[in-house]
Design a protein around this ligand. Structure first.
Ligand code: NAG
Ligand code: NAG
Ligand code: NAG
Ligand code: NAG
Ligand code: NAG
Ligand code: NAG
Length: 885
């Protein structure tokens, strides 16, 4: 409710644009939180079908069923190898990396190395799945929940990621998004998203610095952020600015590690009680203990001790043990310094001290754990600790607002973000050797040091003659077991381009490459080109510049907010910077200067010239999924969806068939002679139905579970075919009186009309007035009428002797059709307008010549309408022609 009132004013519709909803997802190791931004829909977190505000990050397979959320997580106690939780640890992770080692400690799932150097999981049916695919299933499930709320398709999504995520992990998240059928608007660091949430409802009279201390399930993230409120000098509009200044983190502690240690305590307790048995060898038992550990941890948050109790934990043995909070705390004693270290690291990286900070804002589900709160309380004075955001939901709500603002489809509260990079990234390449025999020298430069602003570009300048490769590396191993090499980019077409530039008279052309650090934290080479300036002045100045060299990096702001994930763009956007490392002093440049001079004199073109080069990214360590792999994964997910749909159709067909059988059995066994089914059926028909009915029951019981949808359908059709004549008879009996009434009524109308009309034309003839009809026309109608009357009386007579369990000799459908013919004939004449007396003869002549022409003229008059009355279609209603006649 509070949220609703608060944000109503933050979200306004931008007029005249097609609006689409924006989904925000906070994909945690334990829980997913999601939110939908759509004008007209209250801004809140998405609820799952059980109205839960947070959804367990789990997917499980149980025979043909796929389960999500809590349903999936609970299945772990029965199908531990087919229940996939905590997949966040597997994000882009090589099999021998720390996150995967940790995953295998807490999960019963089998892991295997994938061909992409990441880790696959295996289902009990032997099929292998990438974590991207399994995460994509969950994202698709969230998408579906969002669509239920939005009432329309949802495509755009913004996802929170820990700031410490490497490019590998960011790619894996983006791949999962694509596989799920969503479109990634942006990734946002989760601490930054919380900062957005904090800034949503606040203005800052003077700049304030806060630390967002986010204790999640799988890690602790500390974000130092500066908040200020600025007024636009031109428009006078105010907006908030969030600038992140530093980060600290620990990827090994969080809620899950405490759960794990508590489970160890419970497992030890069991093993101590039952000597010779090791609960750790029992996957189901361990899954049950995991669930129990989570429950006991909750109790211990508020109590000093808890009773742990699991019925039939394993080997039919019940488990019961008292756990003290102090026992858990002792087991976590070594974690205590880790609980606060990220805070100090973040401050240090921002160059600040605790005294510079207004508050430390606690967030994240695990921030409620007393152990962690106590650690923070010891490090931070009480008046500097703030609980001003919703620990669970701040990140997703902040992300949603940011997503809406960058989608540019909504007018949202103006909150600008300036975020920074967490890991040092260096670029390196081999310098061209100055002499043929010297060994190439490797040159490295920290292109984007930690703390670099995201959403910027840098231009690197090279003196090269041939194609070359730029390597991008993390300066340090970003996660134990992860590679440092992020990307290799080949720049090709150099020699050709340089020749052309030189031919055009450019002196000392160079190669420039633009490296983009996107808002979402992706590094890519967006373009490269050969660059030269053609000038009339002497070479001397140019050459000086060339050999002098410089190595300054300059940043240029970019408004890019769609992650250019290693895409290659051909457009050469001009950036004003250079990172030239003159490591390649080229002697040969000078040797042909005379020639160049001549060239230059020939051509009159002056100014800078750029020739685009080919940029090819290569991934030698953990490649993101290729387009083909993503397509295959999406097809695979679709196949699962299709299978599930087929299954639910099959179940529906089975249920429909079964209830049909029961209904039919009721009809058959009802002895009441007056019931329509009895009345309209013959004994032989009932016997045939009964026989097939019993067979069908038997078939359904024996083979219904395995039956195809089409078989179920055909079985039902076979029975319906037998039942159909009986139903038909009954329907005909019901419909007959109405049909007869209708036929008779049109007879009567026609007769009345004819009497009246004949009288009128006779009178008109006497007075030499024009008539609407000729005698012939009226005779024609009379003929139709007689035929209809004759047919009706003949068949009605025959029908009288037909028994209720015999097929009717006259169908009501035919009666209606015949009455319709008569009705139309009558209408045609009835609607005729009085011809003008001058035209009279002509009309009559034409009528004689060509009857169809007359009919057309008749139809040109408004048909089925009586003058001065509301238009009512003629038929069975009350407003019929006879009322007027
Ligand atoms: C891993 O999973 C992917 C995606 O499902 C699959 O294509 C691949 O064959 C699996 N195994 C290996 C060794 O990569
Ligand atoms: C941070 O606090 C220290 C000591 O209190 C002070 O010297 C320093 O100027 C402050 N820095 C900033 C950026 O406010
Ligand atoms: C160089 O110039 C030639 C001829 O004008 C042209 O065909 C070729 O595409 C150019 N190469 C590059 C790399 O621009
Ligand atoms: C025939 O229709 C008229 C007018 O709708 C109605 O008054 C009359 O009761 C009907 N008769 C039968 C037998 O349905
Ligand atoms: C016959 O003439 C009378 C008087 O003009 C008129 O009210 C009536 O509608 C006419 N009948 C037909 C069938 O046109
Ligand atoms: C009669 O009418 C039909 C259809 O309007 C037309 O094709 C035909 O030529 C007409 N015949 C004469 C004799 O006018």
């Amino acid at each position: 409710m509070r949220i609703l009132i608060l944000f109503a004013s933050l979200l306004a519709i931008v007029p005249n644009s097609v609006l689409a909803s924006v989904l925000a997802i906070d994909y945690g190791a334990d829980y997913i939180k999601a939110s939908l931004m759509k004008p007209g829909v209250p801004f809140d977190v998405l609820l799952n079908k059980d109205s839960k505000r947070k959804i367990q990050s789990s997917v499980a397979f149980k025979r043909g069923d796929r389960l999500f959320g809590q349903d999936a997580a609970y299945l772990a106690t029965r199908f531990p190898s087919d229940t996939f939780s905590h997949l966040k640890y597997l994000t882009a992770a090589p099999i021998d990396s720390d996150p995967v080692k940790y995953f295998t400690k807490i999960s019963a799932v089998d892991v295997k190395p994938s061909s992409r150097s990441t880790t696959n999981v295996t289902r009990s049916d032997g099929t292998e799945w990438s974590s991207e695919e399994l995460v994509a299933m969950q994202l698709a499930y969230i998408k579906h929940l969002g669509e239920l709320v939005a009432g329309e398709k949802v495509r755009d999504v913004i996802i929170t990621v820990p700031a410490y995520y490497t490019q590998f992990e960011r790619d894996a998240v983006a791949d999962a998004v694509e596989i799920s059928g969503l479109r990634l608007l942006a990734l946002i660091n989760d601490g930054t998203a919380i900062a957005v949430n904090y800034a949503m409802s606040r203005t800052f009279a003077k700049p304030e610095i806060h630390v967002i201390y986010d204790v999640g399930a799988s890690g602790i993230r500390a974000t130092v952020a500066e908040f200020s409120t600025n007024t636009d000098a031109k428009t006078g509009a105010t907006g908030n600015q969030i600038t992140t200044l530093g980060y600290g983190y620990d990827r090994t502690v969080g809620g899950i590690e405490i759960d794990r240690r508590l489970r160890e305590i419970l497992a030890d307790a069991f093993n101590t009680k039952h000597k010779g048995k090791d609960i750790r060898k029992d996957k189901r038992g361990m899954a049950k203990l995991w669930k129990e550990a989570q429950r006991v941890k909750m109790i211990l948050s508020a109590n000093n001790e808890a009773m742990s109790q699991v019925e039939s934990l394993a080997w039919d043995l019940d488990f019961k043990s008292k756990v003290k909070r102090s026992t858990l705390e002792a087991a976590c004693a070594d974690l205590e310094p880790k609980f606060t270290q990220p805070l100090y690291d973040a401050l240090a990286s921002a160059g600040l001290e605790l005294s510079n900070i207004t508050t430390v804002i606690l967030a994240g589900g695990a921030s409620r754990t007393p152990m962690i709160q106590n650690a923070v309380k010891q490090a931070v004075p009480a008046d500097q600790i703030s609980f001003n955001v919703n620990a669970d939901e701040a990140a997703v709500l902040g992300a949603a607002l940011h997503g809406a603002s960058i989608s540019r489809q909504f007018k949202t509260k103006n909150i600008k973000i300036t975020d920074i990079l967490v890991h040092d990234v260096q670029a390196s390449y081999f310098a061209a050797s100055s002499t043929p025999n010297s060994r190439p020298r490797s040159i490295s430069t920290t292109l984007f040091p930690a703390g670099s602003k995201v959403g910027t570009k840098k231009t690197m300048t090279f003196k090269r003659k041939d194609d070359f490769i730029i390597n991008f590396d993390y300066k340090k191993e970003p996660v134990p077991g992860f590679p440092t090499r992020m990307l290799e980019v080949e720049i090709a077409g150099v020699a050709d381009a340089l020749t052309n530039l030189t031919d055009s008279g450019a002196i000392d052309p160079v190669i420039k490459a633009t490296v983009t650090l996107s808002e979402s934290g992706f590094i890519s080479v967006s373009n490269a080109f050969a660059y030269g300036e053609i000038k009339d002045d002497s070479l001397t100045g140019k050459l000086k510049g060339l050999f002098g060299g410089s190595s300054s990096n300059e940043e240029s702001d970019s408004t890019e907010d769609i992650p250019p994930r290693n895409t290659v763009s051909a457009s050469a956007s001009a950036t004003s910077s250079s990172s030239s490392d003159a490591a390649t002093p080229s002697e040969s440049a000078a040797s042909d200067k005379d020639e160049k001079k001549k060239e230059k004199e020939k051509k009159k073109v002056t100014g800078p010239v750029e020739i685009p080069l080919t940029v090819t990214p290569q991934f030698t360590t953990i490649p993101p999924m290729s387009v083909e792999q993503k397509k295959a994964a999406r097809d695979r997910l679709r196949a699962v969806d299709a299978e599930e749909n087929a299954k639910s159709r099959r179940e529906e067909a089975r249920n429909t068939f079964e209830s049909y059988l029961y209904r039919l059995r009721d009809l058959i066994s009802d002895e009441d002679k007056d019931k329509p089914f009895k009345k309209c059926s013959q004994a032989s028909e009932r016997e045939a139905i009964e026989k097939l009915l019993e067979e069908s029951f038997e078939w359904l019981n024996d083979r219904g579970d395995l039956a195809e949808t089409s078989q179920l359908l055909n079985k039902r059709i076979a029975l319906e075919t037998l039942e159909k004549p009986i139903i038909h008879r009954y329907q005909e009996i019901e419909a007959f009186p109405q049909a007869l009434n209708n036929s008779q009524m049109w007879n009567w109308h026609t007769r009345m009309f004819l009497t009246d009309a004949r009288q009128n034309i006779t009178e008109e003839a006497k007075l030499d007035l024009p008539s609407k009809w000729t005698k012939e026309e009226l005779d024609g109608l009379e003929k139709s009428l007689r035929e209809h009357e004759a047919w009706l009386s003949e068949w009605v007579e025959k029908q009288k002797s037909v028994k209720s369990n015999e097929d009717p000799v006259i169908e009501t459908r035919e009666m209606k059709a015949r009455a319709k013919v008569l009705e139309q004939h009558l209408q045609r004449l009835y609607n005729r307008k009085v011809p003008k007396s001058v035209k009279k003869k002509k009309v009559v002549v034409e009528e004689k010549k060509n009857e169809s022409k007359v009919e057309q003229e008749g139809e040109e008059e408004e048909p089925l309408q009586y003058d001065g009355e509301e238009q009512v279609p003629l038929g069975e209603g009350e407003a019929r022609p006879h009322d007027e006649l």
